[in-house]
Write a protein that binds this ligand. Structure first.
Ligand code: ACO
Length: 332
């Protein structure tokens, strides 16, 4: 591999749990309606993991599928990165568990925590390692069991989330989606807009903590909506400017799958037609870090990309964190 090789995704695979939670199912749990959920979010249904499925097991299955697509074996992997906000344990990392499940005996392993922006943060980390020459084959896994942190008595949040995983094999050679330009950002002053306040070292588990529900995901939806639209639009523009490309040179936009209205607002600001915005939000809901990755995998299976075609990824999540990436299809 040459020293100036650019990182590219050479194979992807995803895993979605079988169980479907529809808007009608949610009507039986909380005071909501299919009409409210669909008109506010574009969601119809989402997938929910079984009790014996975790971020690690779903991530490992997605990893197996991605390696098969890429024509690589677990022995080829020298680094595993897992993007998740729902790790199996507070410690050790979920990446270590995935490493063991895949028998990837040559791989180092660590987690990346950037909530819903996790896939873009992890893919950027993989790019840096590949292009520095430190690692040759990185498995980027994004896996979330959001049902484990959602309060199914809170209608403000429980309608939004689903579970699932996706994995990408990243190398410096071969045909695939080359990571051309990246733009990431964060604003920790707004950490409390999207968070799980309990269970960490500041508010350790206790009977009182459980009683107050601090172990559940909490979000100030209306506030987050405004930040999401603004940050996703500006980071995407920065990324396009850095790449020196205009919106009409982008074949597909794959935004964070949090809300159809947010996707429409940001793509309107770029004058990108809705048909070129790839959506899975109706069938999988918001799967946090894995959302953009699952959608990108779906997109490349549904539409074969020709050499030179570009895809723009845009993410936004708790932290706050956000990011955008221009990927270009390259030949081997
Ligand atoms: N069913 C019926 N009514 C509801 C429901 C529900 N499920 N949820 C809330 N409501 C009510 C509220 O109580 C409120 O009633 P009120 O006006 O009497 O107080 C009313 O509906 C409107 O509530 P809003 O929160 O203002 O609704 P909004 O139109 O903003 O939609 C939503 C809420 C969908 C959460 C939206 O704000 C959103 O998508 N926000 C951004 C989410 C996002 O982008 N997250 C990304 C990061 S997530 C991560 O990092 C893991």
């Amino acid at each position: 591999m040459s020293n100036n090789a650019k990182a590219r995704v050479i194979g992807m695979g995803s895993y979605l749990p079988e169980k479907v939670l529809s808007n009608q199912d949610l009507e039986k749990l909380v005071d909501t309606s299919d009409e409210w959920i669909f008109s506010r979010t574009g969601m119809k249904e989402r997938r929910i993991a079984r009790d014996d499925e975790h971020a690690s097991t779903m991530g490992a299955e997605a990893g197996r599928r991605a390696l098969a697509t890429a024509g690589k074996s677990a022995d080829d992997v020298d680094l595993i990165l897992v993007a998740t906000m729902t790790p199996d344990y507070t410690s050790p990392s979920t990446a270590g568990l995935v490493q063991q499940m895949l028998s990837a005996k040559n791989a180092a392993a660590m987690d990346v925590q950037a909530m819903c922006s996790g896939y873009l943060y992890a893919l950027t980390t993989a790019k840096a390692y590949i292009e520095s020459g430190l690692y040759r084959c990185v498995l980027v896994v994004a896996s979330e069991k959001m049902s484990s942190v959602v309060d199914y008595t809170d209608r403000n949040t429980c309608i939004l989330f689903g579970d699932g995983a996706s994995a990408s094999v990243v190398t410096g050679e071969g045909a695939g989606l080359q990571v051309d330009t990246v733009s990431l950002g964060s604003d920790g002053s707004l950490a409390e807009l999207i968070w799980i306040p309990g269970g960490g070292s500041r508010c350790p588990p206790s009977a009182e903590m459980l009683e107050s529900g601090k172990h559940y995901f909490q979000m100030s939806g209306r506030e987050v909506y405004k930040h999401a639209v603004r940050r996703m639009a500006s980071t995407a523009q920065t990324c396009l400017d850095t790449a020196g490309v205009t919106a009409d040179q982008i074949s597909w936009v794959v935004p964070h799958q949090a809300n159809l209205r947010i996707m429409e607002a940001i793509t309107k600001s770029f004058v990108i037609p809705s048909e070129r915005v790839y959506k899975t939000v109706h069938k999988y809901g918001n799967t946090s870090a894995s959302g953009v990755a699952i959608a990108l995998d779906d997109l490349t299976r549904e539409h074969a990309l020709s050499a030179g075609e570009r895809v723009l990824l845009i993410a936004f999540g708790g932290g706050l964190t956000w990011g955008a990436m221009v990927l270009k299809q390259v030949e081997g």
